[in-house]
Design a protein around this ligand. Structure first.
Ligand code: SAM
Ligand code: SF4
Length: 446
């Protein structure tokens, strides 16, 4: 039975910033087809669930979300449903088997084919595309970018590191870097669209390599230096980095590239060398700490962030104590911490000595109390100081705007005469564990 082509869409993103970027690119693709975002998210002609598979229950959440859309084989009149992202890649055709109301299953490297897939569905077919063709999609997405004051730019995809707990190498494929020219062009399109800040994204963003327009080999630091020279770009950030790809050149860039913000997100996962080895992280506690020391040497005010997993198989009390001592030694400005989640098909899922939920809960609670205390302490050092804030979005209250300090802190500003995209000098008047409040003193840059 053929169906009408959808006119309105809703995209629901789960997981990391790379999915947010992919969701933005899908929206641009739909806009170029003459479709518009649905005014009422529950009443779109097509719903895209852009999924994440990094931790357990992600797939189950997707199935219950599909159920909530209220379409059944007896009542097929609901929206067209597309499952995109890493759950689509990992589950594949199993999705259509378990949830026959799903029309489209599309992996993270094939979503540029969505318009054709939608046309196929309108012709009465079901569409599945799980190819991992590397970088094909980027050349086929609209070149004009729709953006806010702070924009994401994916520079690298995939991962060859194969940490024993992680699904990314399987769902996102091998490491590939986008070309220098493609990235400079997309950065210019983002600046033309109003971006003042660009965050370079990749599963291992600092593994990016390429050749510049003179054919010279470059790493992420070279790309950052080239972006720094673009007119109209005030701030550059990058995430997520792997410790083994933190080159001297990239660390040095933190010392002398003015637009590179003083913030480094560098996941460590554990403070125990024994666990790091079992995780196949290929860095040690000491080599990680040395990188942070060097970053602090070139940029003493740099804010540090990390990712942690508690309860990896075989993690003893002593291993966990090593993680806590590393956290205390570093004093993170912010961090993400997770309970280990066994992922089918990864080596760690079959390891002996899986840790009980009770122990994981207890360790996560201890770790997070330390991290929250450190984040509060970091934020409270800003009290009474002034800093530049890029205003990014409206707050909950009238006249309130929310932006980011250079150190990635959220700052709430009451500013009737300011607009999103302004960079303002703000005096910090209040601090909490998650955010700061401030009053503008003067406008810093247009
Ligand atoms: N490439 C980055 C790195 O090397 O750290 C991380 C990217 S991964 C998408 C984001 C974070 O998810 C990881 O740093 C890790 O803390 C967490 N993570 C990945 N697999 C996990 C698992 N099986 N259980 C719990 N957390 C996990
Ligand atoms: Fe996953 Fe990061 Fe390890 Fe790659 S380096 S396998 S993305 S945790």
């Amino acid at each position: 039975m053929s169906k009408n082509l959808p006119k309105t869409y809703t995209i629901k993103n789960y997981g990391c910033q790379m999915n947010v970027y992919d969701g933005e690119r899908m929206a641009e693709l739909f806009d170029a087809q003459g479709m518009t975002p649905a005014d009422d998210k529950n009443d779109a002609d097509i719903v895209v669930l852009n999924t994440c598979h990094i931790r357990e229950k992600a797939a189950e959440k997707v199935y219950s979300e599909i159920g909530r859309l209220g379409k059944t084989s007896r009542n097929p009149g609901g929206p067209m449903i597309a499952v995109a992202g890493c759950v689509a890649q990992a589950e594949g055709s199993e999705i259509s088997r378990r949830a026959p109301t799903v029309d489209i299953v599309v992996g993270p490297q094939a979503y540029h084919n969505l318009p054709q897939m939608i046309a196929d569905v309108a012709d009465g077919k079901r569409a599945v595309d799980l190819d991992l063709p590397g970088l094909d999609k980027f050349s086929q997405l609209p070149q004009k970018r729709k953006t806010g004051a702070s924009a994401f730019l994916t520079v690298q995809e995939g991962c060859d590191k194969f940490c024993t707990y992680c699904v990314v190498p399987y769902t996102r494929g091998a490491e590939v870097s986008r070309s220098w020219n493609a990235l400079i062009d997309e950065a210019k399109a983002l600046i033309d669209g109003g971006a003042k800040e660009i965050t370079l994204l990749g599963q291992n963003v600092n593994a990016w390599t390429g050749e510049d327009d003179t054919g010279r080999a470059q790493g992420l630091d070279g790309l950052i230096r080239a972006l720094d020279r673009l007119n109209g770009l005030n701030r550059i950030r990058y995430m997520t980095s792997h410790p083994n790809d933190m080159t001297e050149g990239l660390i040095a860039a933190h010392g002398d590239v003015e637009s590179l913000m003083p913030f480094l997100h560098l996941p460590v996962q554990s403070g125990s060398d024994r666990i790091l080895k079992a995780m196949n992280r290929s860095h040690s506690r000491d080599s990680y700490l040395k990188i942070l020391d060097r970053a602090r040497t070139v940029r003493p005010d740099i804010a540090l962030s990390g990712d942690f997993i508690v309860g990896f198989p075989g993690e003893s009390d002593a291993d966990f104590a090593d993680t806590l001592s590393l956290v205390r030694a570093v004093g993170y400005a912010q961090a993400f911490s997770f309970k280990y989640s066994p992922r089918p098909g990864t080596p760690a899922a079959d390891m002996d000595a899986q840790i009980s939920t009770d122990i994981m809960d207890d360790r996560l609670q201890q770790l997070q109390s330390q991290l929250v205390a450190d984040q509060s302490a970091f934020n409270s050092k800003s009290l009474g100081q002034t800093c530049e804030v890029l205003l990014e979005r409206p707050g909950k209250f009238g006249n309130q705007l929310i932006g980011k300090s250079p150190w990635m802190q959220s700052v709430h500003v009451l500013a009737p005469d300011l607009t999103i995209g302004d960079i303002v000098e703000v005096e910090i008047t209040d601090s909490g564990p998650l955010s700061l409040k401030g009053e503008p003193t003067m406008r810093a840059a247009a």
